[in-house]
Design a protein around this ligand. Structure first.
Ligand code: CA
Length: 241
């Protein structure tokens, strides 16, 4: 059996910390908890961790200070910040200081688990590049945490499976086949609805809204961007944008 991945939880709200611990252990991770920033730093130094969940508002030493201390020596341990809604500045500071991701409280545990999976997977991929490149599946399309399979029609966003109607699937498939490329409403209409469609392009906006609801709702990193007056593009948003 593979060794269990170890996650350090630094969070002063005991209830949240306990829930996180229960959920993470249920998912098969090993965990440790620290209730203050300084205790977190001590535990971080004493043991080996695969990922750190770091609250920002912490007693004794703030999450930002903990982050600074860790990143002063290494960038290899991924850190996901837990922030409150009104801590936008801290989020930006945290990302600037080398946090890998953040999640806003209150969060859905499923979203946090998905973020953890993605972060760990990304970390592993960067640390141990496989000598044999995996065979590329021509029907599998991937971009920005989203993957779609043309044959199985499976859609996954950040590790979570998503149900799309056939039309929604065709729309998103067209976008993911042309990532970072702006597609006009007319192009989308022609490709997804076909030339025999006589309605107007508003239907594209309606369906874009449906698909957004399913893949981008509540996400800190929405993938479908509107290009005003032109159309849409599947693109990861830069933090500074
Ligand atoms: Ca706190």
């Amino acid at each position: 059996m593979a060794e269990r991945e170890r996650i350090l939880i630094i969070e002063d709200e005991e209830k949240i910390a306990r829930v996180l611990q229960l959920e993470l252990e249920f998912e098969g991770y090993e965990t440790g908890i620290a209730y203050t920033g300084s205790d977190g730093l001590i535990l971080y130094r004493e043991q080996q961790w695969d990922l750190i969940l770091l609250d920002i508002m912490l007693p004794v030493m703030s999450g930002i200070d903990v982050l600074k201390r860790i990143r002063a020596t290494e960038y290899s341990t991924p850190i996901i910040m837990l922030t409150a809604k009104d801590e936008l500045e801290d989020k930006v500071t945290g990302l600037d200081l080398g946090a890998n991701d953040y999640i806003t409280k209150p969060f859905e545990i499923e979203e946090l688990l998905a973020r953890i999976r993605v972060t760990l997977r990304f970390q592993k991929k960067n640390q141990a590049p496989s000598s044999i490149p995996p065979k590329k599946d021509p029907f599998l399309h991937e971009y920005g945490g989203l993957s779609m399979h043309e044959k199985t029609r499976e859609v996954i966003k950040n590790g979570v499976s998503i149900d799309l109607t056939p039309r929604e699937f065709e729309l998103l498939l067209y976008l993911i086949k042309h990532p970072k490329q702006v597609l006009t409403r007319e192009q989308i209409l022609d490709r997804v609805w076909g030339y025999d469609y006589y309605g107007d392009t508003n239907v594209v906006d309606v369906y874009i809204r449906y698909v957004r609801q399913k893949i981008d709702k509540g996400s800190n990193h929405p993938l479908i961007q509107t290009v005003r007056g032109v159309g849409y593009v599947l693109k990861e948003k830069n933090y500074e944008a």
